[in-house]
Design a protein around this ligand. Structure first.
Ligand SMILES: *Cc1c(COP(=O)(O)O)cnc(C)c1O
Length: 419
């Protein structure tokens, strides 16, 4: 079920007050929900031993939320230098940081290795010689190609630009050994929003079989396997939740078997984003217009600059009208923003209670890949972010963008190059 009953109850009780204090639109995140999910994840994988979650920063790059995760003992998976800097700003450092980039420049590696470094997750064998020094620990991202099928958000591994191919993976570690690297890990990321736990167990098994082969040929052991993120959440009321306990149980068995055979075993790392924060955020927006042409439209004051997923992936986000739950649904309606793009729709042909101007719509499950994916196309500004704290108070953790922000990078007196 989208949005937990607990979050909904606590939010609904004070929503009009939040709206009148801060104004719409905004994303609001639930500290209690995020903490509970952290605890559930940690407890589920405790029996696996040595488990560590590296939160995928791109899902929700706000330091107020990252601090909560940091306190819960999570590391951070960063895919750019600004994300690394953000994670360092809240005190994460060294091996609590993973740098998983793609098509990385030598300069990016230099910055990643400075300031106490991080775990480098290399995306290609050619990148080994682009490092500014010899890191103690190296990880490669593995792309199994035709050996696995991806899912629709992340695509087919054969067509994916990520990772080292199967026939190059051993050479990659050989190069690292020659360079003087002493410690090793392996990474992969194959699925996105996958609610079938067996897929994740298969991914762990796949990495265990590869490191078995590399260990046999090169004699190195692996400190960790990182199976990536991609754990799914229920976006529609019909979706079943991900079975975390079953996944943990399956991987624990695989690791125990591995340990019996080899007398050593890697730790399990994961870098989920969506699973950790996705259900614990909502986008709150006000109804500003109604329009009846060939379809009925409900116009709201947020647009896809606040939430790209419906427009980009055709993703479903559950919507409820604040205070009108008890009313019968009518419609169908399309819930739309004001961008000059016909895919600027939060909901398509959705049955909702009849709305009036000023009604507050709550768009569920925007806690991951929501605000962070927003853009400024069409001069649309990104909304503010709030957090509903444990003690029931509400804090502004990012202000809305202003026109001054939008103009900030423009050179009104152009820099010219004389020839
Ligand atoms: C996006 C991404 C993640 C997080 O994905 P979720 O679906 O949010 O769990 C993890 N690792 C890498 C490398 C990614 O690109």
């Amino acid at each position: 079920m989208p949005m937990s009953d607990s979050f909904r109850k606590r939010l609904s009780a004070i929503l009009p007050e939040i709206v009148s204090t801060f104004g719409t639109p905004f994303h609001i995140y639930d500290e209690i929900g995020i903490c509970d999910t952290c605890d559930t994840l940690t407890a589920a994988f405790r029996p696996v031993g040595g488990f560590k979650e590296y939160f995928a920063v791109k899902a929700l790059p706000n330091p107020a939320v990252m601090e909560i995760l940091h306190k819960k003992g999570f590391g951070f998976d960063c895919s750019s230098v600004p994300e690394l800097v953000l994670a360092r700003k809240i005190g994460a450092k060294g091996e609590a940081l993973m740098f998983t980039s793609n098509n990385t420049s030598a300069e990016q590696f230099r910055q990643a290795m400075a300031h106490g470094g991080c775990i480098l997750n290399l995306d290609d064998t050619s990148l080994v010689q682009k490092l500014p020094g010899v890191p103690e620990l190296i990880c490669f991202r593995y792309n199994p190609g035709p050996k696995r099928s991806g899912n629709h958000i992340i695509g087919n591994p054969v067509e994916a630009k990520y990772g080292v191919s199967h026939d190059q993976i051993q050479t990659a570690y050989e190069k690292a050994i020659q360079m003087g690297v002493k410690r090793f890990g392996i990474h992969t990321m194959l699925a996105s929003n996958e609610r079938n736990f067996t897929y994740m167990v298969e991914t762990a098994d796949m990495l265990l079989s590869i490191i078995t082969e590399i260990h046999k040929n090169l004699g190195i052991t692996f400190e960790f396997i990182n199976i990536g993120g991609g754990l799914g959440i229920p976006y529609t009321p019909e979706d079943t939740p991900f079975d975390l306990a079953a996944m943990a149980g399956g991987i624990r068995e695989s690791l125990a078997e591995f340990k019996k055979k080899h007398s050593w075993a890697p730790r399990l790392y994961m870098e989920s984003g969506r699973y950790i924060t996705g259900p614990h955020g909502v986008l709150v927006t006000s109804v500003i217009n109604h329009k009846q042409i060939y379809r009925d439209y409900v116009g709201v004051d947020a647009s896809m600059s606040a939430l790209m997923r419906p427009g980009m992936y055709g993703a479903y986000h559950h919507v409820h009208v604040h205070g009108k739950d008890h009313l019968p649904v009518s419609g169908p309606v399309d819930v739309v923003g004001s961008l000059c793009e016909n895919n600027d729709k939060f909901a398509i042909q959705r049955l909702l209670p009849k709305t009036g101007e000023g009604d507050i719509l709550v768009i569920h499950d925007t806690g991951a890949h929501g605000h962070s994916m927003g853009f400024n196309y069409n001069g649309h500004l990104r909304p503010k972010e709030l957090v509903l704290k444990k003690d029931g108070s509400v804090a502004l953790i990012r202000r809305a963008e202003t026109m001054a922000d939008y103009f900030a990078t423009l050179a009104f007196a152009p820099q010219t190059m004389d020839l």
